[in-house]
Design a protein around this ligand. Structure first.
Ligand code: ADP
Length: 918
């Protein structure tokens, strides 16, 4: 295809982008933001998908199979778990006027200058290759499309060069619209979102054509590929090295989605509303899913159609449709790749530019003091020119790197080098968000170690691989030392280069960060910033109301400073609004401390927090708060927190009280039901004997001629029933008296043996009638209790035993000092008599009690099932009454089954109940 047609298309596309950006900015000026929604936000996040995705994924899939997916799985996982962290970062940046990763880290650690510089240098080093990669993608796709087989001839000699110039102009124009870098680039974001749509559509078009235009569908491709032995390996993971690579690629991409400068730019700096995160957290993964749908089919299709061309698999997306003569479609696909590349270049360049100008160039200018005293408006244009210069620098560096190194590498490997670089920011940022003890020195040590490790294990070897430097150290180790081999540090040779580098760099990074943090003292600013960052959601108000500046500055000087950087009109408006909101006098000569920190915040948007700090201190001439004062301030906020906690505690107590009340109410209702049930059972129990009494007396009454013998038999049955009836009524009344506590208790002194003897004496006739043997075992143990009541209990238990033990059985009653401690003997001696307890047991050789009834037998009217007696003679109240009596004595009763099958009733009461209980 004619080069000029392609170049013209690219140019037209860039103009379209400019129009979109322009329209978006215009509509914002009219108060209607087109980018203020979650959809555009998610689309702008998709700047993550660069030419690497567009071309490189297919290349990776053609050689390594499913592995390419890790780069998209990482961000997907991250979206699910990470958005609260991102929200915190956004909130901090918003309240602190932060506009780059370098600024973020430096602000967190006390607005430290060295940190800002180090992070900037590292980001530039790490990301320039990545930008170069995009340029390479544009060049190669252009060459392929134009049939210009002089691939590798470089951009200097073809029309792409002009494309890059145009792109740079675009960035210059839309990237430096305002001097305030924390002001959002609405136009740019709109353009990036548009690019995300175009690259998605173009890639899907390519996928659809290759699958359905060239092959008979996706299944057809997979079927054909499955028949080819060399392609089968693409479907499986090759153990074990593939596992570590999968893992480290996953980690890398998880970190990249947060720490790549361009992601920070769109995720944080350009974010308009924290709530957009919610939508993006599912929309963005969806985007990644859709754009990856056809990667594997295209890779396989390409491998099938052009088996000799695997080395150029990166370009299958374009080369396959082209080989079918689809010129128009190919042009569209080229535009898709072009937009993937340009989107990345634009955002990445702006992110790097902010860092370079704010952290390297402007501080250098400020430190020469040439800017500090300036009062004219030229300062603003100086800032703008510094930023423009930085843009040119970034693009130029990328072009150079592309020429020198990137042309030798496939797309993905260069990208991974960048990912590993930005991963080094993770400890300092994440630690800074949640760990107050993290210190500036710790962050410095961690970053320096991490980046050095990255340079030695990944960057230098990759440069050696490109032939830029001698390859000797890769094979023999640095300085010829074997264990300093860059890809097998300390003999760790089992990992692939990326995992190896990631392992060592992050390990050293984290170790130094934590170790140094724990062993270093922190300055005032550091402590203050740590507090604000970690507690941002709680302490938003302290950072607004309070300031680390104690003394006031001269208001006119402060005003002038601000005017220099943001323009007179805007400076006045901002100050006025702020003063109004916080009811601060503006007519004075002395500026309120809050105004000082407000100005610093505004300035850090323009020139970065470290420089802003220097600038403000130059006019405020203020001493910073002492450590003690800071601590007081923090304590005050701590007190607020405690007050809140107290309130929460009170309200939870209230709810607990309400819960208790309703529980009580439920209990009352349950008791009411129980009472009804009791009444019902009592009347029922009484009716049974009454019915038979009535039937018997009627018989006698209606048959006056009944034989004497029979009459007597009937009448004695009537008497028996009457006795039963009165027994029942006495029992019920007793129980009621015990339950209501009306029954008086008369304590008297006796012994355990005496109690057992009189109980067995009264049961003896019944036992003899069933020829049961009764055995007693007790000591003359003194005991004070209500003799009659305890006898009643013993009698109840014994008569039950007699009743439920078959003829010829044996009943054992025993009483002894209760031993509930593990060191029984010692305890028996040392424990005073008043605390002693006596344990009574009544054992029989009957059928025992069904296990599920063991506790129930003490309930009123409960009669255990499966008794041998067809009609239980008892009332079912005996045990309930016994339990009440024992409880009145302050003791407990329970039933067990013996190993020989019989039942055993045990009760324990205090040996000496206090006399005054009477
Ligand atoms: P009852 O007057 O019916 O015996 P109790 O309250 O004294 O009423 O006993 C309740 C139930 O406990 C009895 O109906 C019986 O099922 C069971 N029970 C009590 N003592 C024994 C025992 N020694 N052996 C087996 N079951 C027993």
């Amino acid at each position: 295809m004619n080069s000029w047609v392609i170049a013209g298309t690219a140019l037209g596309y860039l103009i379209l982008l400019a129009l979109i950006a322009w329209a978006a900015e215009k509509s914002r000026k009219r108060g209607r933001s087109v980018i203020n929604n979650g959809y555009v936000y998610a689309l702008s996040m998709a700047v993550y998908c660069t030419a690497w995705t567009y071309y490189g994924s297919v290349g990776r899939a053609a050689t390594n199979g499913m592995e390419f997916l890790t780069i998209y799985l990482g961000p997907t996982i991250m979206c699910a778990i990470f958005w609260p962290v991102l929200r915190k970062i956004i909130r901090i940046c918003r309240t602190q006027g932060i506009n780059s990763m370098a600024d973020f880290i430096s602000t967190r650690y006390g607005k430290n200058f060295s940190l800002a510089v180090i992070v900037t240098i590292c980001c530039v080093l790490g990301v320039i290759p990545y930008i170069a990669l995009q340029l390479k993608a544009i060049t190669t796709s252009f060459d392929l499309l134009s049939g210009n087989s002089g691939a590798g001839a470089g951009i200097w000699r073809n029309s792409n060069f002009y494309g890059i110039i145009l792109l740079t102009i675009f960035i210059l124009f839309f990237g430096t619209r305002s001097v305030d870098a924390s002001e959002r680039h609405e136009g740019l974001v709109a353009a990036i979102a548009f690019e995300s749509i175009i690259k998605l559509l173009a890639f899907l078009a390519a996928g659809l054509f290759i699958c359905y235009g060239i092959f008979g569908g996706v299944t057809d491709i997979f079927r054909q590929a499955a028949e080819r032995e060399d392609l089968q390996k693409l479907f499986v993971l090759e153990a074990p090295s593939a596992y570590s690579l999968w893992f480290s690629m996953l980690v890398l991409s998880m970190l990249a989605i947060i720490f790549l400068p361009r992601q920070f730019q769109v995720n944080v700096v350009e974010n308009l509303n924290e709530n957009h995160l919610r939508k993006a957290s599912w929309l963005f993964p969806l985007y990644l899913f859709v754009i990856n749908l056809f990667v594997l089919p295209i890779a396989l299709g390409g491998s099938l159609l052009q088996p000799d061309n695997i080395a150029n698999a990166d370009l299958f997306v374009l080369s396959l449709p082209l080989s079918q003569g689809q010129e128009l479609l190919s042009l569209f696909i080229f535009v898709g790749g072009f937009s993937a590349a340009t989107g990345m270049i634009i955002v990445e360049t702006i992110a790097l530019t902010t860092m370079i100008s704010n952290n390297l160039a402007l501080p250098a200018l400020i430190s020469t003091r040439s800017l500090q005293g300036r009062t004219d408006r030229s300062v603003q244009s100086i800032v703008l020119w510094v930023r423009r210069g930085s843009i040119l620098l970034v693009v130029a560096l990328a072009v150079l790197y592309d020429e020198a190194v990137a042309q030798q590498y496939t797309l993905v490997s260069t990208g991974l080098v960048s990912f590993a670089a930005v991963a080094q920011l993770a400890p300092a940022v994440l630690g800074g968000l949640y760990w107050k003890a993290a210190s500036k020195n710790g962050a410095l040590a961690g970053l320096i170690m991490g980046f050095s490790a990255w340079i030695f294990t990944l960057l230098l070897p990759s440069m050696a691989g490109a032939g830029l430097i001698s390859n000797e150290f890769v094979e023999q180790g640095y300085g010829g030392i074997n264990w300093l081999k860059p890809t097998a540090l300390f003999g760790l040779s089992s990992l692939d280069p990326v995992s190896h580098s990631l392992f060592w760099s992050l390990l050293l990074n984290c170790f130094c960060y934590v170790a140094v943090s724990l062993n270093s003292k922190k300055g005032t600013q550091e402590t203050y910033q740590a507090e604000i960052f970690v507690d941002i959601f709680r302490s938003a108000d302290i950072s607004q109301q309070r300031t680390a500046w104690k003394d006031t500055a001269s208001l006119p000087a402060l005003r002038l400073l601000l005017q220099n950087f943001v323009g007179q009109e805007r400076a006045d408006r901002l100050l006025r609004n702020y003063a109004q909101r916080h009811q601060i006098e503006l007519d004075t000569n002395q500026a309120d401390p809050r105004l000082v920190s407000f100005t610093e915040k505004l300035l850090s948007g323009v020139i970065g927090s470290a420089s802003a700090h220097i600038m403000v201190s130059s006019v405020a001439k203020a001493e910073e708060l002492s450590m003690e004062e800071i601590i007081n301030m923090l304590r005050e906020s701590q007190q607020n927190i405690e007050l809140n906690r107290e309130l929460r505690r009170k309200s939870s107590e209230l709810t607990k009280a309400t819960e208790q009340l309703s529980a009580l109410n439920r209990q009352l209702m349950a008791m009411d039901e129980l009472k009804d049930e009791f009444l019902y059972t009592v009347t029922h129990e009484i009716r049974t004997p009454l019915t038979s009494i009535r039937a018997l007396t009627e018989l006698v009454h209606d048959h006056p001629t009944m034989p004497e013998e029979q009459r007597e038999q009937f009448l004695s049955a009537v008497i028996r029933e009457c006795e039963r009836l009165s027994h029942l009524i006495t029992q019920v009344l007793n129980l009621e008296r015990f339950e209501s506590g009306k029954h008086p208790i008369h304590y008297s002194d006796t012994t355990a043996l005496a109690l057992l003897q009189s109980a067995t004496d009264s049961i003896a006739p019944l036992a003899e009638a069933k020829s049961l043997q009764i055995k007693i075992s007790a000591e003359e143990q003194p005991i004070r209790c209500d003799k009659d009541l305890i006898l009643q209990v013993l009698y109840n238990l014994l008569s039950n035993a007699v009743r439920y033990t078959p003829e010829g059985g044996r009943i054992t009653v025993l009483a002894k000092v209760h031993d509930n401690s593990s060191e029984g003997t010692r305890d028996k001696i040392s424990r005073p008599v008043t605390e002693q307890q006596i344990r009574f047991e009544v054992r029989d050789t009957g059928k025992g009690i069904p296990p599920e009834s063991l506790e129930l037998v003490f309930d009123k009217f409960y009669q255990a099932p499966n008794q041998t007696l067809t009609k239980p003679e008892g009332s079912g109240l005996g045990l309930a009454i016994s339990k009440k009596i024992i409880e009145l004595h302050g003791g407990q009763i329970h039933a067990e089954n013996l190993t020989n099958g019989g039942a055993c009733f045990i009760f324990v009461i205090p040996a000496l109940n206090p006399v005054e209980n009477e």
